[in-house]
Design a protein around this ligand. Structure first.
Ligand code: SAH
Length: 567
């Protein structure tokens, strides 16, 4: 198994130089620095323990630049649980020692050697099999799967005890290994896709070299696939992917089956029969049609999945939150990691980064919303994994509605079979409200004061009715150079229904560098205190403010209305 992109975690500024040297070994890896302690990391995190555990549980390889003991203590509770075990390494902050700690079967020793060679030191390898053979026999490279781990462990101890071994089949990665080979040896390493009986004298490694083509998805697909493999005498571990006609792309039964079997799905154009379907996906394969709906395509070498049909495209419209990394939801972080293409207004794309060199950025002007939405579908329909970036929440005066409108207007079936998901974010009104206290603690009304996409008359009408209804108000897009007078007019309308003492909260660049939060009143508020990066929250008749110990005010709107309930 090859590892996915590691996270380099540092606790202090003194580790940054070593972290950068490790990053040269893994250019896609991001350096995570402790907030307040490290300047210039790629990401900041608020708390070491929680961050390390989160990475571990997400199966992310961890390179921690700190004492091995700290890492062990931090992850100890998770080690008893069965689940992910990514490679975990401790590296001395001056780069003088590289210690693989966990994830022996996930390739931790390979990583330790790679990092050590980058830092020009020796890795602290302690695994006997590795030391003797120079490789972990139980951790074949990507494209291969180990038959049975427990039998494998015993097999490796036998070799360590001095037994010689034969190699059957193609195992190019073992050419460098220091094995005692003997063509007459009792013990063998067998590489092949056929199903084999488990045997203590044999280490079985399956190349993931088999695709199963499915004509039409039917109930209980995983059992159908397993039965077809069995009939073709192929081991289920050799399965590399499922292939289906692209007309079935959105069929949930297929996706559930792929998840159940733990393999990806690939799609090709519909074909005259199941054999032709399988052949068009894997032309070099031997095709064994088992029914007129299922065919098994077997090759010698592991399948290169980038060459098999195409995956279902994905389009995620994501909200970054106001700006601070801690306020970004984990689902959005995960989506950013899997994306191949990122679209959005340049400022937001930059806020969402840094990105890896293999991720394509498509920055556009903020006003080209529909064009951007259509471009996103064109890319996703080609099988890419596309992200459209918004700040805050994508459904609040942002890209989600434009993306849905583009889809609604389109009759292209390729657009409609794209896997579309909207991932929420913390909207500016909520981020600002939280910093001020709870000004939106009761019923409230959210409005954009921009008349670019709606007539000003409707804005006036809504303001008047919302103010009359005594709703607290949250104003997005309050003012801009091309809309200089609208905010003043809006405040006049609100003032007809609210007292001048009504609390107002102004949040500017909330969650971003240089953020400011101010509390004022409706009577004192003038449009020159507000710009297009400001969120304006106007209280209702029950909103109140009181001083807080740190300075400034707490502002809140009580949950009750009318008579205060007895408590
Ligand atoms: N989708 C975004 C809103 C986009 S409209 C969200 O959910 O937050 C843009 C307006 O949002 C700006 O004019 C400003 O009024 C407000 N805004 C966005 N980010 C902000 C921030 N970090 N601080 C204060 N206001 C912000």
């Amino acid at each position: 198994m090859t590892h996915s992109t590691p996270a380099i975690v540092i606790l202090g500024q003194g580790s940054l130089a070593t972290a950068r040297r490790i990053q040269q070994v893994y250019p896609a890896a991001l350096i995570h620095g402790l907030a307040g302690r490290v300047e210039g990391a790629d990401r900041t995190y608020p708390e070491f323990g929680a961050t390390l555990r989160e990475l571990y549980q997400q199966d992310t390889p961890i390179i921690a630049l700190c004492a091995a003991g700290i890492v062990i203590r931090t992850l100890a509770a998770l080690l008893l649980e069965k689940g992910a075990e990514p490679p975990v390494l401790a590296v001395a902050e001056d780069g003088s020692a590289v210690v693989p700690l966990l994830g022996g079967l996930g390739g931790v020793n390979v990583m330790a050697r790679e990092i050590a060679s980058g830092l020009q030191v020796a890795a602290a390898i302690t695994t006997s099999g590795e030391l003797r053979f120079g490789t972990c026999l139980l951790n074949p490279p990507s494209g291969y799967a180990l038959g049975d781990l427990e039998l494998g462990k015993r097999f490796v101890s036998d070799l360590l005890a001095g037994h010689s071994v034969r190699i059957e089949g193609a195992a190019p990665w073992l050419e460098q290994a220091q094995l005692v080979e003997d063509p007459l040896a009792q013990r063998s390493i067998h590489v092949g896709s056929n199903a084999r009986e488990a045997s203590a004298n044999e280490l079985v490694i399956y190349p993931r070299s088999v695709a199963v083509a499915i004509g039409a998805a039917a109930a209980d697909l995983p059992s159908t696939v397993c039965a077809a493999l069995q009939q073709a005498n192929v081991a289920v571990q050799a399965l590399a992917c499922l292939v289906a006609p692209d007309t079935e792309m959105a069929n949930p039964v297929l996706h559930e089956a792929a998840v159940a079997l733990g393999v990806p799905l690939r799609f090709v154009a519909p074909a005259s029969d199941i054999g032709a379907l399988a052949r068009s996906a894997v032309p070099e394969a031997t095709i064994i049609a088992t029914t007129n709906n299922v065919a098994v395509a077997v090759t010698e070498q592991p399948l290169d999945l980038t060459q098999v049909g195409r995956p279902r495209g994905r389009l995620a419209v994501i909200g970054l939150g106001p700006g601070a990394a801690e306020l970004m939801v984990p689902a959005v972080k995960a989506e950013l990691a899997r994306a191949t293409d990122v679209l959005g207004y340049e400022t937001y794309v930059r806020m969402a980064g840094p990105f890896r060199a293999d991720q394509v950025l498509h920055c556009t002007d903020n006003r080209e919303e529909m064009q951007r939405a259509r471009h996103a579908f064109e890319l996703a329909a080609r099988g890419r994994s596309v992200i459209v970036v918004s700040s805050g929440d994508p459904g609040v005066f942002a890209m989600a509605a434009a993306v849905l409108e583009a889809l609604h207007e389109s009759s292209d079936p390729a657009w409609h079979t794209v896997e579309l998901e909207i991932l929420p974010g913390v909207s500016a009104s909520l981020a600002t409200a939280a910093q001020a206290g709870a000004p939106l603690g009761h019923d409230f009304c959210v409005m954009s004061l921009s008349d670019n996409l709606k007539p000003w008359s409707i804005i006036e009408k809504r303001l008047d009715l919302a103010a009359e209804a005594d709703l607290a108000l949250a104003f997005y897009n309050p003012i801009s150079r091309s809309r200089p007078w609208q905010l003043g007019r809006a405040l006049e309308i609100v003032a007809q229904h609210r007292k001048p003492e009504t609390p107002v909260v102004l949040g500017r660049d909330i969650g971003r560098p240089g953020q400011t939060l101010r509390t004022t009143t409706l009577g004192a508020l003038t449009p020159d205190q507000v710009d297009m990066r400001t969120m304006v929250l106007v209280g209702s008749s029950t909103t109140c403010a009181f001083p807080r110990a740190e300075g400034g005010d707490w502002v809140y709107t009580p949950r009750w209305y009318g008579e205060k309930p007895a408590s």
